[in-house]
Design a binder for this molecule. Structure first.
Ligand code: SF4
Length: 221
């Protein structure tokens, strides 16, 4: 059998599953999710705490085999924090080379400038309500392309004002799509919608579709 240069490479995988994409501009697409194990920060509202410790190494070959079992071109690499994985760049490139439509969900801490340009980066800017508002790596703003997406999870009024100022100060809306996502437990979508409209803010409201389709506590969706 032909040897690949990625034969010895792996990701720490927490779970791999097929579901409806609930976030980003790909919302609604049947998608394979590769959730990596481990995260370098701790958001108060984290709904994937199980990913901090559960899982183990999986070879690229085995991951590709599992992805291939689902008949979709959409692959989302998420976490945990995928950018903390040793071979993340090689893995993303491999997916692109295999003609998948690849999105990367990352918490904004790591510099994403080296990520393959074919990957759509969905980068969080952590708000004060997350408890991790100092975690953002500003190099990520320079590495944005028009296809990329920035996401703010809005927990409360303070988060809204903070995020609004961040968007306008950095003219983020001129660089890429900006999503404001209401924290599921604490921010009613109607309240956030009314604020966006009142301020004529050039951002897109995002609801976590999967939490409306399935039980919000359910894993693997
Ligand atoms: S970055 Fe994501 S996985 Fe990490 S603590 Fe925050 S919400 Fe959880």
């Amino acid at each position: 059998m032909k040897a690949h240069k990625w034969d010895a490479m792996f990701l720490q995988v927490n779970e791999l599953f097929f579901s409806i994409q609930g976030e980003s501009s790909f919302s609604g697409w049947p998608t394979v999710f590769v959730r990596t194990k481990g995260c370098n920060i701790r958001c108060h509202y984290c709904d994937t705490k199980y990913s901090y410790y559960e899982g183990g190494p999986k070879s690229f070959e085995d991951i590709l085999k599992d992805i291939g079992a689902y008949k979709t071109k959409h692959v989302c690499v998420t976490g945990g924090e995928p950018m903390a994985q040793k071979y993340i760049h090689e893995f993303l490139k491999l997916l692109c080379d295999k003609d998948y439509i690849v999105s990367l969900e990352t918490n904004g801490f790591f510099d994403t400038s080296g990520v393959d340009k074919r990957v759509v980066k969905v980068i969080d800017v952590k708000t004060p309500g997350s408890g991790e508002e100092k975690s953002f790596n500003y190099k990520n703003l320079d590495a944005l392309s028009a296809n990329d997406q920035i996401k703010f999870v809005i927990c409360n009024e303070k988060d809204y004002l903070w995020s609004k100022n961040f968007v306008l100060d950095h003219k983020l809306h001129n660089k890429c799509t900006v999503f404001f996502s209401p924290a599921f437990e604490t921010m009613p979508p109607q309240t956030l919608s009314e604020k966006i409209l009142k301020d004529f803010l050039p951002v897109r409201l995002q609801l976590q579709l999967h939490k409306y389709i399935w039980n919000p506590q359910q894993r693997g969706v």
